[in-house]
Write a protein that binds this ligand. Structure first.
Ligand code: SAH
Length: 242
């Protein structure tokens, strides 16, 4: 049967791709993806046929992948991080309804929350809530409601898409909601360019986070009541007695 793989390629570095993702890409004829991620892959898989679209062309990109697979090419649709988390796996299944003759297999990857947590130390050490601040596909009221519920329940919270040119105030707004439930000195972290050139990390308090601007290549971490700083890293204990 004709086949398309939906592959999470991890946060950036080749070393952080799973062995399965690499082996699958090796056997593909065609790799489809967003331009920036394709550039990262070309170096390691030089003899593939690459098809790209820009951002906001997600449905077209999916159809492109299915068209190739329908013609008989073993095809990969690549996403950064994990293929499911704010990735293309769901949309591929939805558009796949138009291509019943093409099988779909999803290969997971290291998502930014986990890649970034490791850079910060052990930021995600307990129950965690992933929330995207992008209101392109989700109404802002719903995002606020989820922020409120997650803060109230004292989850560690990872914010994806924390900012963009049009949404420069969203992180501050999210922090204000956090401050309704979490203390000002709650330990927070920012990781930029996880596993990519220019990777940086910083720990700071929730109060400081509210005054900070970040870009769209960053993931933001907000600790729970137990989260603390050890060796200048952000650590959320499991709760073991020591
Ligand atoms: N599927 C991806 C998420 C895509 S949404 C994943 O599982 O990681 C895009 C957002 O993810 C960015 O705005 C940023 O918040 C986060 N992100 C993805 N890759 C990142 C990286 N290498 N470094 C920092 N943040 C990253």
């Amino acid at each position: 049967m004709n086949k398309v793989y939906v592959i999470g390629m991890g946060p950036g570095a080749y070393e952080q791709m799973t062995v399965k993702a690499v082996r699958t890409l090796e056997k593909c004829d065609v790799i489809v993806g967003y331009t920036v991620y394709i550039e990262l892959l070309k170096e390691y898989f030089p003899d593939k046929r690459y098809l790209t679209t820009s951002m906001r062309q997600e449905a077209a990109r999916c159809r492109m992948a299915f068209e190739e697979a329908a013609k008989g090419a073993v095809t990969a649709m690549v996403c950064s991080g994990d293929a499911g988390i704010y990735g293309m796996a769901g949309l591929m299944y939805e558009i796949g309804e138009e291509y019943p003759e093409v099988a779909i297999e999803v290969i997971p990857g290291v998502t930014a929350a986990l890649g970034g947590s490791a850079v910060l130390g052990a930021a995600v050490g307990h129950d965690v809530s992933l929330i995207s601040l992008s209101d392109l596909l989700t109404p802002w009221e719903l995002i606020e409601e989820r922020l409120r519920c997650a803060a109230k329940a004292d989850f560690v919270i990872c914010l994806y898409n924390p900012s963009s040119r049009k949404r420069s105030t969203y992180l501050a707004k999210a922090c204000e909601i956090m401050l309704e439930y979490k203390a000002e000195d709650t330990v927070c972290g920012i990781v930029k360019n996880i596993a990519r050139e220019g990777e940086t990390m910083q720990t700071l308090t929730l109060k400081e986070l509210k005054e900070t601007t970040v870009d769209m290549f960053s993931t933001v971490f907000i600790g729970n009541k137990q989260t603390k700083v050890i060796r200048e890293k952000m650590v959320t204990p499991r709760g073991y007695r020591i």
